[in-house]
Design a protein around this ligand. Structure first.
Ligand code: SF4
Ligand code: SF4
Length: 77
């Protein structure tokens, strides 16, 4: 099974201006702009490199620790 990176890009979608810069610089093709509205990160492809966050003109991307399955389940519970 593929090992996932410990960090991941998160987009504040309500502040995203859908410019597509993050999509252009992502080396993994992990970002897409959904219906011209906001950026969406494919969590399975993102390696947390931070390129997108550096390029975002609106500064709405943060690189954060990826939640482990257990932590994610605890959050839901
Ligand atoms: S952190 Fe890197 S791999 Fe992940 S979406 Fe941004 S540019 Fe792509
Ligand atoms: S670079 Fe920033 S503002 Fe532009 S689409 Fe990506 S997240 Fe949205």
């Amino acid at each position: 099974m593929k090992k996932l990176s410990p960090r991941l890009a998160f987009v504040n979608q309500s502040e995203c201006v859908a410019c597509g810069s993050c999509m252009d610089v992502c080396p993994r093709g992990a970002v897409s702009v959904w219906r011209g509205s906001f950026a969406v990160v494919d969590e399975g492809l993102c390696v947390g490199c931070g390129q997108c966050a550096k390029e975002c003109p609106a500064s709405v991307i943060e690189i954060r620790p990826r939640l482990s399955r257990t932590a994610a389940e605890e959050k839901i519970a």
